[in-house]
Each structure stands twice: as C-alpha cells, then as structure tokens.
Design a protein around this ligand. Structure first.
Ligand code: NAP
Ligand code: F7E
Length: 338
C-alpha cells in the first residue's frame, strides 16, 4: 500500500485529492492546523480506516520533520498555502512564510531524513503575471509575479527545481491555472458569484458586489486537476507541467453564465467602477462594482497551454466551462434549499 502525505488537506484540492488517493488504495496522511472552531467541513465526511490526520503547521519545521519521519511517505503533495491573491497584499510577510519559505522546510525535512519520496509542489499560473502579450502561457513562458502571493510561489517553484537539480530529488511543480468547485473558498470570485446567486434566489441577499469584471481566467474543475497532480508523480522522470483548459473567460462572462443557470439574463450598463448588471426582464439591480475589491496590481489575462500535460501525462480537462458553472450554481442552490 502506497503512503501519501498531503499538506492543505482541509482545502479544496486537499479534500478532492484525499478522496482520489483513498479510492486508488493509498494510505493518506493529512497535515491539519488547530482552529478554535472546527474547519474541516471539506473532509469531515471521509470515513476511511486508511485516512489519518496529524496536527501541525507548515511554518513549523518540527511538525513537518516529525511527520515525514513517522509516515515515511512514497508521495508528498505540498498543497498548503495562504492561497488568496488579494489577501496576500494585506498579509505579505505571513504569505511569504506560509506560501514561500515553508516549501524549503518540507524539502529539507525530506532530504535530511533521507526519505525516498516523490514531491509535488502546488505552483500556480499567478507566476506568469497575466501580461496579455504572454498568452497562451506554457512551461516556457517567463515569470512575472504581480502579488506577494505570486512572489512567494516563485520562491517555492524555484527551490523545488533547485532540489531536483542539486540533490537528484523527484521534485515536481504543477503549474495549475484556476480550478474551482462547490468546495471553493467563498472569497474566490467564482464561488462568491454562485453563492450570491443562490442567496439572491432565496431572498437572503439583494445584489452581488464585485471588483474587476474584465479580468480573464482559465477556469477548470478541481476534480480534474487533482488527477493531474497525481499523474505528475507517476512519471519515470520528475518534471514541471502546466494544467489548464486552454480557454479563457472574463469575470463578467462567469457572472452572465451563472445567472443564466437560474434563468436570468444580465443587461450591463455603465463602465469601470460604475458598471452595473440588471435583470433584463425585471430591471432589478443584481450586480455592481465596488472598488474595494480592486487589487493594487491585477493579473489581466490567464490562458494556459496544456499541450505538454496532454502529450506526456495524457491529461486533459474533462469538465467544460459551462458544465463547471452549472455544477457550482446547482450545488449552492441546494445549500439554500432550491
Ligand atoms: P485552499 O482551499 O485555500 O486551501 C489551502 C490549504 O492550506 C488549507 O487546507 C489550509 O488550512 C492550508 N494552510 C494554509 N496555511 C497553512 C499553514 N501555515 N500550515 C498548514 N496548512 C496551512 O487552496 P486550494 O484552492 O485547495 O489550493 C491548493 C494549493 O494549490 C494552494 O497552495 C494554492 O496556492 C495552489 N493553487 C491553487 C489554485 C486554484 O485555482 N485552486 C491554482 C494554482 C495553485 P486551513 O483549512 O487550516 O486554513
Ligand atoms: O480572482 C477578480 C480578481 O480571487 C479571480 C487562487 O486559487 O487562482 C486563484 O487566484 C479574478 C481576479 O482568484 C472579485 O481581481 C473581481 O482578477 O477568484 P480569485 P485568483 O486571484 O485568480 C490562482 C491560480 C491561484 O494560484 C490562487 O491561489 O477575479 N475579481 N471581483 C474578484 N476576485 C475576488 N476574489 N473577489 C471579488 O469580488
């Protein structure tokens, strides 16, 4: 039986990856932080004798060292991070520690304890910075981080490559474009939109306030992406891979598609900070822009080129943009009783 450690096990990807690996017959060990109130909603339903949780924190090298010594994993998935780009501008130093420097703690724990494990680092399309002239972005596109989050992930990316080259470790980066699901955190734009629609339909919210509607993202379904994470570690040679859909949409398009799921056509009026979205049928104001959601520096256009993942891993996204929107809207409508 193969053993895997997952940091970030309570997160969106960690929870899907746990289910995926357990279904493949792995013994799964998750690193979990202590909270004053339980924060394990995404994994609370997993009742499996091969699933173990260990208290610790990625900023604490002792908990990482103890964990790898105890478990002696075959595979290590480093998914934990302060993962919110906007919030990284408000907590830049903590983000550097939790999202960047922590990766060296894991790599050193593996190296110093001579653990023979394959290592996966959760790298990100944010590394590219989204300058329009760089699209579509692939493994060879130059990096240009545009946030404290992306700068921290840049360190984590390169230290992973460095340990592969310096110590011959099986260390890989998955450079993943945005992937979403009903388990997406409520403060990421897709889930914020689908939750708001469910609440508006239930009469519990009047309108949805957003930031930059023009930002373009390559949005896929998280379940497809955790399979890609696993595939990256099943190769004979360690390498870095982009996982993306190869399709991009604006935030505005996501809003339109999500409202269409509940039979509402959005009519836009105004521009920039004064843009508003109205129900075409009733004239009710449903969407507006609040500049407090603008970021000090924006990533304008992410569009991934997943050709290498297709060629080498045989990986392709399965769920389309419209299917993703439908899955998320339906799941949130259900939460609010519809
Ligand atoms: P997420 O839902 O925000 O989950 C983050 C996880 O990290 C949570 O389990 C969180 O634990 C944990 N964590 C945060 N700080 C920690 C610390 N100091 N010690 C231990 N655990 C800590 O993120 P996600 O969407 O699943 O993404 C997984 C990884 O992929 C992240 O590294 C993210 O940056 C990266 N990524 C995500 C995407 C995407 O579109 N989803 C794309 C590219 C890369 P708590 O529950 O205790 O807060
Ligand atoms: O923003 C715009 C915002 O926060 C997407 C993380 O998983 O993917 C994620 O980072 C876009 C941005 O995700 C709101 O300005 C407009 O342009 O959903 P997001 P993100 O920043 O792309 C990458 C790949 C990661 O690695 C990260 O960990 O939407 N936007 N209005 C808004 N964004 C938010 N959050 N809230 C708004 O109201």
């Amino acid at each position: 039986m193969k053993k895997a450690i997952i940091t970030g096990v309570t997160g969106q990807d960690g929870s899907y990856l746990t289910e995926f690996l357990l279904a493949k017959g792995y013994e799964v060990h998750g690193l979990i932080r202590r909270h004053s109130t339980p924060c394990d909603d995404r994994i609370a339903h997993i009742n499996d004798a091969n699933f173990f949780l260990h208290y610790g924190d990625l900023t604490d090298s002792l908990s990482i060292t103890n964990l790898v010594r105890e478990v002696q994993p075959d595979e290590f998935y480093n998914l934990a991070a302060q993962s919110h780009v906007g919030i990284s501008f408000e907590v830049p130093e903590y983000t550097a520690e939790a999202t960047g420097v922590s990766t060296i703690k894991v790599l050193e724990a593996i190296r110093q304890n001579k653990i023979d494990t394959k290592f996966y680092q959760a790298s990100t399309s944010e590394l590219f910075g989204g300058l329009p002239e760089t699209a579509p972005q692939s493994e060879t596109t130059p990096f240009h981080p545009r946030s404290p989050y992306a700068a921290a992930k840049l360190y984590a990316y390169w230290i992973t490559v460095n340990y592969r080259e310096a110590y011959d470790m099986f260390a890989c980066n998955g450079i993943l474009f945005n992937h979403e699901s009903p388990r997406r955190g409520a403060d990421f734009v897709t889930r914020k939109i689908t939750l708001a629609i469910a609440k508006i339909m239930a009469g519990k919210q009047d309108k949805l306030s957003l930031g930059n509607l023009d930002a373009k993202r390559d949005w896929g379904y998280a379940k497809d992406y955790v399979e890609g994470q696993w595939l990256i570690l099943q190769q004979d040679k360690p390498d870095d891979f982009v996982l993306a859909t190869g399709e991009t949409h604006t935030v505005r398009e996501f809003v339109e598609a999500a409202f269409e799921e509940v039979g509402i056509k959005i009519e836009w009026r105004g521009a920039g900070a004064y843009e508003e979205g109205y129900c075409a049928k009733t004239g009710k104001l449903l969407v507006d822009v609040n500049p407090k959601y603008f970021r000090p520096a924006e990533v304008d256009l992410l569009l991934g080129d997943p050709a290498k993942a297709d060629r080498v891993l045989g990986w392709k996204r399965k769920v389309s943009f419209r299917e993703l929107v439908k899955i998320m809207v339906q799941a949130d409508l259900k939460i609010y009783g519809r």
